[in-house]
Write a protein that binds this ligand. Structure first.
Ligand code: FMN
Length: 209
């Protein structure tokens, strides 16, 4: 399938690189829309490898590009990482660069639009814009990795977020997976406690290694 990957000037370019890498590994086509601040942050954070995993990079000033139109057969779009400025512009419907226009198209065509914001702390403008985007049909997946798989590298940690992005894009068809889904852990047979004891959890952790 064909996906649009928006990349903005928020920190966390590695999230874009890993998203593009996994999309390509799974056989998808990737159109990258990178804003000028996005290009700067990709270079500054040493993530130029991102461009090895994209099929095309239309200029964000070129509204004649295919993804500016709803008639193009894109399956969805993820903005990874997404700056607070870009979230604001998407929710305001400015369509003033190709990334914002492509996001607007996804919303109007009811295609998945995922944004991965990276900021802290949030102010009320940020929270308000994320709420409004959710109401409009967008999906906010914050760059908030999980640790219960005990990732050993930054890439493994980042992939806990990327797995969620690809799942919501519908890019994981046919049982493909990036991170093993949580299968639960066995509770001790006889326990008066509703939740497992710390001792039991520690034992389970040793077993899992
Ligand atoms: C190194 C660096 C890191 C930045 N990190 C963030 C960030 O995490 N979140 C954010 O919203 N803006 C961040 N910014 C600011 C954005 O790049 C700036 O607001 C820019 O106008 C966003 O434009 P864009 O959304 O068109 O890419 C960062 C800027 C720099 C130079």
């Amino acid at each position: 399938m064909r996906y649009i990957l928006g990349v903005t000037g928020a920190s966390g370019a590695i999230y874009a690189t890993r998203t593009a890498m996994h999309l390509k590994r799974l056989g998808h086509h990737v159109t990258a829309l990178v804003t000028p601040p996005g290009r700067g942050v990709v270079a500054y954070e040493g993530q130029d490898a991102l461009f090895d995993f994209v099929d095309e990079q239309p200029d964000v000033k070129n509204f004649f590009a295919e993804c500016a139109s709803g008639s193009a057969d894109y399956a969805g779009m993820a903005v990874v990482p997404c700056s607070m400025g870009t979230i604001g512009r998407i929710t305001a419907g400015t369509s003033d660069n190709l990334l914002i226009r492509a996001a607007d198209v996804c919303l109007k065509e009811r295609r998945p639009l995922i944004v991965v914001p990276r900021e802290m702390p949030y102010n009320l403008i940020h929270l308000d814009n994320m709420t409004r985007l959710t109401r409009m049909g967008g999906i906010v997946i914050p760059a908030a990795p999980h640790f219960y798989d005990r990732p050993k590298t930054i890439e493994e940690l980042v992939d806990t977020v990327v797995a969620k992005i690809l799942m919501h894009l519908g890019a994981l068809a046919g049982g493909a997976e990036i991170v093993k889904p949580w299968k639960g852990i066995a509770l001790p047979k006889v326990t008066k406690q509703k939740t497992p004891s710390v001792k039991h959890l520690a034992k389970m952790r040793t077993k899992k290694k």
